[in-house]
Design a binder for this molecule. Sequence first.
Ligand code: HEM
Length: 540
Amino acid sequence: GAIDKKLAPQPENDKTTQLAAHTADGAGEKMNTNTGLPINDDQNSLKAGDRGPTLLEDFILREKITHFDHERIPERVVHARGSGAHGVFQVYESLADVTKAGFLNDPKRETPVFVRFSTVAGSRGSSDLARDVRGFAVRFYTPEGNFDLVGNNMPVFFIQDAIKFPDLIHAVKPEPDNEIPQAASAHDTFWDFISLMPESAHMIMWAMSDRALPRSYRMMEGFGVHTFRLINAEGKSSFVKFHWKPLLGTHAVAWDEAQNISGKDPDFHRRDLWDAIESGAFPEYELGLQIIPEEDEFKYEFDLLDPTKLVPEELVPVQRVGKLTLNRNPDNFFAETEQVAFHLGHIVPGIDFTNDPLLQGRLFSYTDTQLTRLGGPNFQEIPINRPILPVYNNQRDGFMRQTINKGKTSYSPNSLGNNDPQQVKEAEGGFVSYRERIEARKERLRNKSFFDHFSQARLFFNSQSEPEKNHIVDAFTFELGKVKTIAVRERMLGILAQIDKGLATQVAYGLGLHLPTEISANQSVSADGAPADYQSVQVE
Ligand code: HEM
């Protein structure tokens, strides 16, 4: 209430102007029906007498209730709960040597953006403070089309191949018989899957760390996760990892705080983001790039195409190349935050994909799910999804088509129409996929370079401070403590033992279990399962 809205400037750019054309403000206006009829009374239905039955004839009643009856659309199948904000991006210096992407070439250009932060597992109404991965999806509205960087706040992922994604999500979502638990990973099916999926070892360490409990969306890193390609004007490609670095630093809350907040204010992150922007304390993030020359593709012990691995910053430093500023709250949550349809397949010339098998599957999934979620093939015409430039192609019709395409023809080639759109030459900016040479056999296999599941999980654990390590031990102990099936807990201890014996032993101790013998055989564990150096480690 006390916040002065005038503090937040109303930015003007191509996207805000475009959105304004679709914005309605009823203040002081006359009420009418959807066909424009002035409404005299929308508080009393039309009845036969003042105590009589309501008449079917009452089209004002029917229209009002019919619209209400259809107000809900399906929530996202993952990342259902989120919060959005508008902003701008500006690159510090031209990156033309590595990419021809226009928004990364011109330091004077302010690119409009829309961002959506989210949790992954919970439904639309779940708590912001669940122990979970956070989505960090950024759309750049550029004159060459929309570029979406659909990332998370952790740099790696649970699985190496998109074909496992439905299994992962079925395991983490509430159990199918009783729909318990809401927005939490503390249950049997999730840990059953993780314990059977050693490739998830690295990600589960991040997911049990402080990174899963951000203090604020303003204090969270973002990562594109996959290796992408940058392409310059000469057609030369480099590999790239995308990062977002919050200028406020990366901060977390403790687990007991998280649980308290979930009870007292499940909108904690949403409110924090909204209030910060309303008060003019605009959240800022620097775009970071790790650029890897194409010649270095096989230089590392891990595979650049493996999304369960990061590129250590010691090997390839993160260059900070530009800044994202979130400076305007949405006008309408549903129209903007709920209807925005991000997709890592939305790219612009100068950026391209790699053969990461998780990335490749995502290319199919997003548009496919949005066809259902947003009701058919015309969802790119929804104001928040429209590119800032007009769209001309031969696609036509479908539910809720908005554009009135002129002319007699909607096919190419054609000699009859005089207004059919023309293809764009590569030299004039037409998109051409990177001409990567592929010589291969078709097979359902993974390269051996994807098989080291534990080194980077260990690297992550070792990078943590003592209190952070303790939080990880506590998180595993808490979450596994909710697992009813003892065999699942034990199998998970087996995974942990391969990451770090001390970690596994402390979690086993917390759970009152012994490490599985085949894994704990060659380590010093006391009779009750506590690690020999247990006393020196403070477990809260
Ligand atoms: C939604 C990130 C892997 C399918 C999202 C969103 C983010 C995200 C941030 C929310 C977008 C929004 O705010 O609207 C990621 C990351 C991944 C990953 C970083 C791994 C690196 C996958 C995979 C699949 C998938 C492997 C499927 C094969 C989906 C679907 C949605 C979604 C279906 C809902 C989209 C919608 O309804 O609009 N993902 N995801 N994701 N993701 Fe992913």
